[in-house]
Design a protein around this ligand. Structure first.
Ligand code: 3PG
Length: 212
């Protein structure tokens, strides 16, 4: 694990996966996350607003903004130009990993089996997203993969929620958890910024209770 990624995840055991339709929504979401005690946001390239939102959100005090759903080098370049501090992918692209490494930016590709973990390790990546976490077997799968790959740390995302966060964070091989439960689409559409702050505070309380 590169030191910057290790310390970033240690300081951010809960990584919200944010999908916004405008930069202004991104700013409101970012402020609500910080109000609830969450200090990072993975802003996904699933909407046209992603780069603008990342750029606007980098102005928020106390928030580290990463780019998510980065599936090619063009998006990775756009993300870094917008000011993203790290890059997350929903799968493994050696091109994206090498590009981020060349730029000196932490990168979190997703790996769900031994072959992808071997590909990651070959490029010096030992911290990976595990996506879609629950659909791919959740904690039992992560524990099983940890036997041959004890050096790997996982960031499960996809199906993680307040209900199972503590169980995931109790697993030593898990560096942090990602998820959208505190920033659900309807909460953003209805501008429920207070609810986002409350769900964020609840997530941080669960993480603290789990010793993170
Ligand atoms: C992701 O991109 O990591 C997932 O869409 C987040 O999954 P969730 O919505 O189940 O939390």
């Amino acid at each position: 694990m590169t030191e910057s990624l290790a310390s970033m995840l240690a300081a951010n055991p809960v990584v919200p996966v944010v999908v916004v339709e405008s930069a202004s929504d991104g700013v409101e979401v970012g402020k609500a996350l910080v109000a609830g005690g969450i200090t990072t946001a993975e802003v996904t390239f699933r909407t046209r607003a992603a780069a603008d939102a990342i750029h606007a959100m980098t102005e928020i005090d106390g928030l580290t903004v990463g780019a998510g759903t980065v599936i090619n080098i063009a998006q990775a370049k756009e993300a870094l130009a917008a000011g993203a501090s790290y890059i997350v992918s929903p799968g493994f692209s050696a091109d994206v990993v090498r590009f981020a490494q060349g730029e000196g930016v932490p990168v979190l590709p997703a790996c769900t089996d031994g072959s992808w973990l071997m590909a990651a390790l070959e490029l010096g990546v030992d911290t990976v997203k595990f996506f879609p976490a629950v659909a791919m077997g959740g904690i039992p799968t992560i524990k099983a993969l940890s036997a041959p790959f004890p050096q790997v740390r996982f960031v499960p995302t996809g199906g993680v929620s307040a209900a199972n966060l503590a169980d995931f964070l109790a697993v030593p091989a898990i560096a942090a958890c990602g998820g959208s439960w505190m920033v659900k689409k309807n909460l953003i559409a209805e501008q429920k910024w207070d609810t986002i702050a409350e769900l964020s505070a609840q997530a941080i309380a669960i993480a603290k209770e789990a010793g993170r």
